[in-house]
Design a protein around this ligand. Structure first.
Ligand SMILES: NC(=O)c1ccc[n+]([C@@H]2O[C@H](COP(=O)([O-])OP(=O)(O)OC[C@H]3O[C@@H](n4cnc5c(N)ncnc54)[C@H](OP(=O)(O)O)[C@@H]3O)[C@@H](O)[C@H]2O)c1
Length: 261
């Protein structure tokens, strides 16, 4: 049995679908009851309350884990006591370079340290920025054709959560991933304006990017982005681990176009 935490999220929902499709026994940790793919069992639990995980961990061999919760060492101890063997942690590429002073990088560094100290076999997934972050534009696109966006000149090798999930599934169901940290990216490096152009073409709308001044960008998003963090370099990890190229942004946008209409 594989337990997927964050099973209603961008990555976890794709992962439960992939594991169920491929015939694996999969359980979804949820905080409130929700519809799940056929064959997926939902169990209630809260990552901030380690003891609430006990029922969900019954018979579980491997866990897909999100970091950043109140007592991760406590949750990992409950997993070890439940005879879990293996954890795949959804970390972030921002940990490379070790910007521990930054909120996001520091959170993921702490999560990785907790998992390393847990004595469970581990794999770290260190994805670049998610294509699904584009959903943050939905309110602006409802209001008009202009998107105001920070870091307009910063290219990011954005990745489809589906590809993160595909790599997670590999790490949870095939041998050889213990003690490995995978920097996973999409197929190309895109600036916000590139993503907006693709969206506009698919929607048949003339959309315009209005860059936020750098100072304003820092104020609004500095906790989220380490200052010297370069998320633009494309890696071949998705291809190497899944045997196929990562999905381009246009594919993600086409799949989620309904959210932007
Ligand atoms: N966005 C990026 O560009 C990026 C880049 C690198 C790494 N990351 C990391 O990726 C993770 C986000 O992944 P995602 O996009 O799949 O997440 P998401 O779509 O925001 O979903 C988060 C999921 O976690 C669940 N959750 C929240 N609090 C919980 C708790 N206390 N106990 C149990 N479950 C809880 C939520 O459940 P409910 O439905 O009940 O709320 C939801 O299903 C974060 O750790 C983030 O730091 C993000």
């Amino acid at each position: 049995m594989i337990l997927v935490t964050g099973a209603g999220g961008n990555v976890g929902s794709e992962l439960t679908r992939i594991l169920a499709r491929d015939g694996h026994s999969v359980r979804a940790l949820v905080r409130t009851p929700r519809p799940l793919p056929d064959g997926v069992e939902g169990v209630m639990g809260d990552l901030n309350e380690p003891t609430s995980l006990k029922t969900a961990l019954d018979d579980v061999r491997a866990v897909f884990l999100l970091g950043g919760y109140a007592d991760l060492p406590g949750a990992l101890a409950v997993m070890r006591d439940a005879d879990v063997e293996q954890v795949t942690l959804l970390s972030s590429r921002s940990v490379v370079g070790g910007h521990s002073g930054n909120t996001v990088a520091g959170t993921h560094l702490a999560a990785e340290a907790s998992v390393r100290a847990s004595e469970l076999a581990w794999t770290f997934l260190r994805p670049s920025g998610f294509m699904s972050n584009t959903l943050r534009w939905v309110p602006q696109l409802r209001a008009g054709d202009v998107v105001r966006e920070p870091f307009a000149n910063v290219p990011v090798a954005t990745i489809d959560p589906y590809d993160i999930a595909a790599v997670a599934a590999e790490s949870l169901t095939t041998p050889g991933h213990e003690g490995r940290a995978y920097a996973i990216t999409g197929p190309g490096s895109l600036r916000p304006g590139d993503r907006l152009r693709v969206l506009g073409e698919l929607l048949g709308r003339e959309l315009r990017l209005e860059p936020l001044p750098d100072a304003e960008s820092r104020v609004t998003t500095s906790p989220e982005m380490p200052e010297e963090f370069d998320d633009s370099v494309v890696t071949g990890a998705v291809q190497d681990l899944t045997g196929r190229a990562p999905r381009p942004f246009a594919d993600w946008a086409r799949t989620h176009l309904g959210a932007f209409r």
